[in-house]
Design a protein around this ligand. Sequence first.
Ligand code: TYD
Ligand code: MG
Length: 461
Amino acid sequence: MPKTKTVYICSQCGQEYPKWNGRCYACGSWGTLEETISEKRSGNAAHTAAKMTMSRIDGVDFPEETRCKTGMNELDRVLGGGLVRGSLVLLGGDPGIGKSTLLLQICNTLAADQRVMYVSGEESERQIKLRADRLGVNAPGLYISSCTDCDAIIEAMRTEKPSVMIIDSIQTMQLSDIQSVPGSLVQVRECTNAFMRAAKALDISVFLVGHVNKDGGIAGPKVLEHIVDTVLYFEGDKQLSYRILRAAKNRFGSTNEIGVFEMRDKGLYEVENPSAMLLSGRPAGVSGITILCTMEGSRPILAEVQALVAKSGFSAPRRVSAGFDYNRLCVLLAVLEKRAGFAFGAFDVYINIIGGLKIDEPASDLAVALALYSGLCDKVIGEDVAVFGEVGLGGELRAVSHIRQRVREAARMGFGKCIVPKASLKELDKSEDYGISIYGAANLKQAFKVLEAIAEPGDKK
Ligand code: TYD
Ligand code: MG
């Protein structure tokens, strides 16, 4: 029986304290200390004469192809080009967002020529089978099980030697020699550690499903993020059908990539053309709307920015922003007021990025500023205009990256005009015909002038 004593663990960073505190001194969070029983797994005989082996860096050889395709391009891209053998991937997301669906669907491709085990601690084998039938998953190499015993699962990994193991979810898993309940910080941490060791030792890729807590992080977030190789978040508005997959950490690729999916009655479908999806249903002839060309990783995406500027009934006008940084919105309002002479003081301002997209790129500034201008002056911006550019505090437009990809994407989606920072124009290839009229503006005022100049007669107010 291992020796136990009561300790307090910060649910944010995992720091342990012998006594309760209101605040974690390690990470500064308030009210996050949880009472648990301190337990270390026995059996790690660290005091026997341990030996470390060393290799010269040029003497380390590794197999050529260590990645396998999951059959979902959107997921492969977020993983950095496929699933790396022996890696531990944590997939987090709200309940009902589609984590189990996504992982069961990729089994169909993964298990076509290798052994894949799907272990659920939440559903019975019958339930998994029903879902698999509905999703059309019937690959010969797929084995399913309903089990919550972590040791038993690792034993099965050892004896059955699957190539891919899926654990749905880590919060239901339990190590019998730890007394804390499943889902508690200690259980989740130790189970994740156990799966990590097994994944590396047996060279098995492991997916762990993690539920998120009410703050949107995976329960015991930082603790788990340190352990695993890759952390993916599956997000989206449950009322809407599309879902966005993001990497928050990736030891084998960039964290900038996103994958876009749509939930339909037969499971998740990949959205190869997110711009078309985000632009569908755009209202015509309404003021306060601009089309932004933003980069999500290596992929340009067109998104609709909406601004509503309405007379305020409050003494302090409201500023509400969905999908765009609130502080950045306040900065842009101040710049518009100081550098271009537009007063928003008597108006409530609401900004919304359509499609539940979250934009955190400076290049989105110009689109938001022009939407605010359009909303305030009630001037409709032409339907075939796309914009991007960073706005400086002096009202100047700063150069942004990837101008060619952005312009090409706008042209591909049928836009005829594009307003960009003047400083970015030199990045354009002079010899290439982009199939779109490109207007450079050095500052906000010039951007407004360009808008006036290119407005179609029907759009004029
Ligand atoms: P699920 O994968 O169970 O979510 P999670 O594992 O993240 O909790 O997804 C469940 C939701 O997805 C549920 O609300 C129903 C919906 N859904 C579909 O719309 N179509 C489908 O084919 C499936 C399997 C689920
Ligand atoms: Mg599930």
